[in-house]
Design a protein around this ligand. Structure first.
Ligand SMILES: [Zn+2]
Length: 141
């Protein structure tokens, strides 16, 4: 089973839509095999078109949940800039984009950081382990 089926990605986008009031969840989402790009947002003639994400990363065990969520939010921020400002003022990863990133909880960083991914990955394992060994609270009857 895919770690990140389109429905799961769309679910995160829908969550962001609740913050922004936009309708990113209505856009097409494609999963591709790019190995150099984590994701992208495409527009045509000033209109939003689709999101693309790379299965190469998203389906890898070395790609943290946090990095996947951050990638979705990163691309969503590009969509948000287009919808809010029409174009990309100050460049694709300029101040307008950074502002949008902060709003939806993306790292306002242009580049993917493998160091950060690894840090998130190590914590992720910790969280899962803790969760596995935690006794469940007894439900009162
Ligand atoms: Zn970008």
């Amino acid at each position: 089973m895919a770690k990140w089926p389109i429905s799961r990605i769309r679910f995160e986008i829908a969550r962001l839509d609740k913050i922004t009031g936009l309708n990113g969840q209505s856009l097409e989402i494609r999963i591709g095999k790019a190995t150099q790009t984590l994701g992208s947002f495409e527009s045509e003639k000033g209109k939003p078109k689709r999101f693309r994400f790379s299965a190469h990363f998203f389906e890898s065990d070395d790609f943290s949940h946090a990095a996947a969520i951050d990638t979705i939010r990163h691309e969503y921020s590009h969509y948000m800039v287009l919808m809010t400002y029409g174009r990309h003022p100050g460049g694709a990863h300029g101040n307008a984009w950074k502002k949008c990133c902060r709003r939806v909880g993306a790292r306002p960083e242009r580049c993917y950081s493998e160091e950060w991914n690894q840090e998130m990955l190590s914590r992720e394992k910790e969280i899962i382990e803790n969760w596995e060994y935690q006794p469940r609270e007894k439900k009162e009857e």
